[in-house]
Design a protein around this ligand. Structure first.
Ligand code: ZN
Length: 412
């Protein structure tokens, strides 16, 4: 039998066993509250000693990899926030496929019909915080490695399959220090050729080959405080900002429409100003979230914002770049995308389509470091970061099977 046929047969023959194993592991992982929030918000989560607490999941991953017989390494920038990387195959071809899942989750939030940390199984669907984002897909990857190992197919891998349980995906402190993929790449602790990041949803129907650049700008209007009863003695920073806001609303960026990413976007997401009704506000602040497409340079975007500022008569503003990351887009005509499309056709009966996203995943970090990476995985995109987060069990099983197949394509 051809290798892929053997894997397919194995998944059919052991369907219930695989399914139960996935459900049990997801259930165990969801119980661990590996909630990641910015440091400022930690007091709202008294059950956390520090952000993420990913060690709780790493313990489970290590136990499973030991059981399967897969060697692994652990890298941590900080105790308690480790990344576990299991390795399967040989390093002969020099090719390495990274399959990363992240161990942290966003807070439960309100509106749940059941305990967010107790998995409910209903009609083939798992409900619970992290079932989809990202503990479910993480379990799929581990099970894929287990099946490859059990069938002895790891010996056919001339390259290495890196099974990665990563920390620190869901929140970023203003200091920008990263404990997950950023840390591993900065310190050159991993050096993958390819990566498939199962963190986009789309029910495996789309392959994320491009992501807009994500930038945040802060603009501060500087007026002059005065008593509220004598506004003529002050300069009202809110009025000043209001004039700028009108100009920003009508701002048209210079750019070329990208074939996959389309147009850039601008969101004025926050405005703060004033301290009390009887004080003329001395400052007013806005925050802009701008998603760029390839070709939009930082200087140009800054220039265009500056032009808006210059048009405000008697205005005084400070413009600051809070964060800037570049957009990325890969040519979908490559062996990684082809393998995903061909195997999906075989297993799922449809061909996923390449597309571009406004949000950012690990795929961006990896691509910007030269690793050919796409986002692709199970789950509904609407089920991320919401109450009653859910994932279909069958999709986790299929994703596991497809992980085996794509690994064989790229590494054997
Ligand atoms: Zn995620």
């Amino acid at each position: 039998m051809e290798t892929k046929a053997i894997i397919k047969w194995y998944f059919e023959d052991h369907h219930n066993e695989i399914k139960n194993r996935i459900v049990d592991l997801v259930r165990e992982m969801v119980r661990e509250k590996t909630v990641n929030v910015v440091s400022e918000k930690l007091p709202e989560h008294p059950y956390l000693k520090f952000r993420g607490e990913e060690y709780r999941i790493a313990k489970i991953i290590r136990r499973e990899l030991d059981k399967i017989g897969i060697p692994y390494e652990e890298f941590a920038r900080m105790e308690g926030r480790p990344n576990v990387i299991g390795k399967l195959g040989m390093n002969v071809s020099g090719k390495r496929l990274l399959m990363p899942g992240h161990m942290d989750v966003v807070p439960a939030g309100d509106g749940w019909d059941s305990d967010p940390y107790k998995v409910i199984e209903k009609d083939g669907v798992l409900f619970g915080r992290g079932t989809l984002d990202n503990k479910g897909p993480l379990v799929s990857i581990i099970i894929a490695a287990e099946v490859l190992k059990r069938l002895g197919l790891d010996k056919q891998l001339k390259g290495e399959l890196l099974i990665a349980a990563l920390a620190d995906e869901e929140a970023e402190d203003p200091d920008g220090i990263d404990y997950g993929i950023g840390y591993l790449l900065e310190e050159k602790l991993i050096n993958p050729t390819y990566a498939v990041v199962p963190d986009i949803g789309e029910n495996m129907k789309s392959i994320d080959v491009a992501e807009k650049g994500r930038t945040v700008f802060k603009v501060k209007a500087i007026g002059k405080q005065a008593h509220g009863s004598t506004p003529e003695r002050g300069i009202n920073a809110v009025y000043m900002m209001a004039k700028l806001v009108g100009k920003i609303e009508n701002l048209k960026f210079n750019y070329e429409v990208h074939p996959v990413l389309g147009h850039p976007s601008l969101n004025l997401g926050e405005i703060h100003g004033g301290a009390a009704p009887n004080i003329v506000p001395g400052t007013c602040m806005i925050y802009l979230d701008i998603r760029t497409v390839p070709g939009m340079m930082k200087e140009n975007v800054l220039n265009q914002l500056q032009q808006c500022i210059d048009k405000v008569e008697n205005g005084k503003f400070e413009l600051e770049v809070m964060s800037w990351n570049e957009p990325h887009a890969i040519d979908p005509n490559n062996e990684l995308v082809h393998s995903i499309i061909n195997n999906s056709k075989e297993v799922l009966g449809f061909e996923p389509k390449p597309f571009g996203m406004g949000g950012g995943t690990f795929a961006k970090t990896l691509n910007l470091k030269g690793v050919m990476s796409v986002g692709w995985g199970p789950g509904d995109d609407e089920a991320f970061h919401v109450a009653n987060e859910y994932v279909e069990i069958q999709q986790l099983v299929d994703f596991s099977l497809l992980t085996c197949m794509v690994s064989l394509d790229l590494l054997s």
